[in-house]
Design a protein around this ligand. Sequence first.
Ligand SMILES: NC(=O)c1ccc[n+]([C@@H]2O[C@H](COP(=O)([O-])OP(=O)(O)OC[C@H]3O[C@@H](n4cnc5c(N)ncnc54)[C@H](OP(=O)(O)O)[C@@H]3O)[C@@H](O)[C@H]2O)c1
Length: 295
Amino acid sequence: MTRRVLVTGATGTVGGAALRQLKGDADGGKLTVLGASRSEKGAAKLQDGGFEPVHMDFDKPERLRPALRGVDSVFLVTGYTVDMLVQSKRLLDAAKAEGVKHIVHLGALAADDTPHAHFAWHQMVERTIEAMGFDWTHLRPNFFMDTIWEGFRRRPDRLVHFIGDRAGSFVSADDMGAVAAAALSDPDTHKGKTYPLAVEAMPFAEVAKIFSEVTGRSVEYRPRPASSLFETMTRQGAEPVYAKSLAEGIAAIEDGQLPLADAVYDTVETVTGRKGIGWKEYAEARLDQLPAANA
Ligand SMILES: NC(=O)c1ccc[n+]([C@@H]2O[C@H](COP(=O)([O-])OP(=O)(O)OC[C@H]3O[C@@H](n4cnc5c(N)ncnc54)[C@H](OP(=O)(O)O)[C@@H]3O)[C@@H](O)[C@H]2O)c1
């Protein structure tokens, strides 16, 4: 029987990338790959993309076990909410009850003794996965290129961030998806491994310079103080508790107090066999997403 893999967050950035990377294995019959969606619309989108959708909502615990039936490996991706904690617990309880063997978790890059809430929450999910006796693979990415690009795409004359002149390190969803897919399709090789994921490090002023060169436009880095992030996030609809957790971590980076904020690793290459994607390559591949310069 082919192994069954369930990708949660499949309609989102990293889950979607993992699903695309698994398509070859699914089409070739090596794996049965399911993409979770909580909405009809999301399920239809997955189906249109050639993927097999399964209905699953972290906030409807009674729907979790049916979605996990017969599944061997799960990619656990939660969204930008403090509910990530209870949602992960529900998913893991249901997975245990259904006999799932292996969990690949999307966390965040920080030292093991980090005092900062957002990272701490992810690490508590990691410890729970281990304590429950699953085989596990922990992914710990730093800043997502895709999140940053998304903001830039909407206002392509500027790059706004909150870490001042400090360097950050970056990784693309395609690289995270490729590492997740490798772990999901070969648990024996990747179980018991923690993969920090960050391909390239630089200050945002340098990212803006690369965007200027690649796009042929003038792109200015506009640093905002980390102290303004909470207000910015909540104005845009973020939960206050979640916004506080992120703002606190970003303030630590601005202050030079977050170890690993600019760390880089060769994990993408060692796991996937190809080099990770840097900012120049990333931006060049997405030029067609930008509005015309005079629009
Ligand atoms: N951005 C960064 O720089 C960064 C850095 C390190 C770590 N992270 C971590 O990355 C994770 C987010 O990944 P992402 O950017 O891929 O997220 P995303 O694009 O926002 O996608 C979130 C996914 O979760 C699904 N989802 C939300 N609520 C759900 C529910 N109640 N039940 C089932 N599915 C639900 C969404 O489905 P719908 O389509 O239905 O909404 C979507 O598929 C977070 O854990 C964050 O801490 C982010």
